[in-house]
Design a protein around this ligand. Structure first.
Ligand SMILES: [Zn+2]
Length: 437
């Protein structure tokens, strides 16, 4: 039998498919037209396939690309601009005034280029973003080689992007129309929060989401103050209010979900909704700690997000995996809570499920897109290696990521970004620092 022509062969020292969970040694992933067509022992490849390209990752852990399920990429230009202040003051005194003065399509494009370079170097191949001028975000992330879910932002107050909530909605739908032919872009409706969007607009968003088959994502129950103010204004908790408006369901992403009581967790579980856990942002803004253990035990899909670099201050899912696992154990005083394997699943398949993309990405299975990363594990800091899941969460860091592919296309090659002009990006960051100062 003649060998089958293939585009790419990736040989893995350790292969973590995530689903199924069991790690494989000395296996290879075969890719044709950006799709994984086979996973087989490396020793068997030569007899069956004739690959055009070959990546020797035998000193690496090879796993699905990480999915950053919540980001504001452009805010990387405001990294470190206001730290150590509470969320309310951070937004009202520092972030919103600067956004009002400076945010434009150019700001969003340049900031998203900076964010993409950081994310790709840290093994993030897909992200869900929520910000003004989402078309500019899309252009920057796609130009860098990433996959993106564009959260189309909706707010009740005016900005350079739109004059009112209806303007945001219409502009977002127009962005979707203009970009929907790109297979690496998907969309969500992204009402900013229950305190910035009215019931009337939420009801319209629910109608559009159903008609167009779009997920809904919103910041929810991030602080105790937000929940208390919601109860005072509406007579019920924000999540209950959204449930009454028909927003919950299997295509709903609750971002943060820090202040959730047993009823809230039951409500999310009952609707098969997703939670995006952003532990660094929640800790840094003093918001609290989401009850992740209770959510997982109720069967809720929990993804991981970095939030924006202005409140984190790094777009680093290795950090989020480690903090999520350690926090959950500390809170429950039970070391078996949120094991390393689960943390890796949250950063990959959990993110894919939250974005509604689990048929395409999140695990290394035949038929899925070749969105893959390789983590070098030959350094003294990562030796010896007994369990690759444990290594990724407790020992490795984003600087150990050496390669990344999206749909079989190499976007990080031995730590070199293949589509980004790093020196130009650094000049842009300097330019905006001077303007924002
Ligand atoms: Zn956010």
């Amino acid at each position: 039998m003649n060998p089958i022509p293939a585009d790419l062969q990736i040989d893995a020292g350790w292969l973590l498919r995530v689903q199924p969970r069991a790690p494989l040694r000395a296996h290879s992933v075969m890719v044709i037209d950006g799709i994984i067509v086979d996973v087989l022992p490396t020793a068997d490849v030569q007899a069956r396939y004739a690959p055009k390209r070959h990546a020797d990752m035998t000193g690496h852990i090879v796993l699905p690309g990480l999915v950053n399920a919540h980001c504001h990429a452009a805010m990387s230009l405001m990294r470190g601009i206001a730290d150590d202040v509470v969320l309310h003051e951070w937004l009202q005194a520092h972030i919103w005034p600067r956004e009002a003065a400076h945010v434009s399509a150019a700001f969003v494009f340049d900031g998203s280029l900076l964010a993409a370079a950081e994310m790709i170097r840290g093994g993030i191949t897909a992200c869900s973003d929520m910000y003004f001028f989402p078309d500019a975000t899309a252009r920057a992330l796609r130009q860098s080689g990433m996959r993106v879910q564009l959260g189309l932002p909706i707010l009740e107050f005016p900005s350079a992007y739109a004059p009112d909530a209806d303007g945001y909605l219409q502009r977002g739908l127009a962005v979707r129309d203009s970009l929907r032919d790109d297979p690496l872009i998907s969309f969500a409706l992204a009402p900013h929060a229950t305190y910035t969007v009215s019931d009337t607009m939420f009801a319209r968003i629910v109608t559009y989401a159903e008609e167009l088959g779009l997920p809904i994502q919103t910041h929810l129950h991030e602080t105790a103050g937000e929940v208390a103010a919601g109860v005072a204004a509406h007579g019920c908790r924000p999540l209950t209010r959204l449930s009454g408006l028909g927003a919950l369901g299997p295509a709903f992403m609750a971002i943060h979900a820090v202040h959730c009581n047993d009823n809230d967790v039951a409500l999310l579980a009952g609707h098969a909704s997703h939670v995006v856990h952003c532990p660094s942002s929640n800790l840094k803004l003093g918001s609290g700690i989401a009850p992740v253990s209770a959510m997982l035990s109720r069967g809720i899909n929990v993804a991981l997000g970095t939030d924006g670099a202005a409140s984190n201050n790094r777009l680093d899912l290795f950090e989020e995996m480690r903090i999520a696992a350690l926090l959950a154990k500390g809170v429950t005083q039970d070391a078996t809570t949120l094991p390393a394997q689960k943390a890796v699943e949250m950063a990959t398949l959990g993110g894919a499920r939250a974005l509604g993309l689990e048929a395409a990405i999140g695990s290394l299975e035949v038929g899925k897109s070749a969105d893959i990363i390789a983590v070098a594990v030959t350094s003294p800091e990562l030796s010896p290696i007994f369990d690759p899941y444990s290594h990724l969460v407790y020992a490795a860091g984003r600087a150990d990521v050496s390669h990344a592919w999206v749909a079989g296309d190499c976007i990080l090659d031995d730590r070199q970004l293949t589509y980004c002009d790093l020196s130009a990006i650094l000049r842009l960051a300097q330019h905006w620092q001077e303007k924002l100062r």
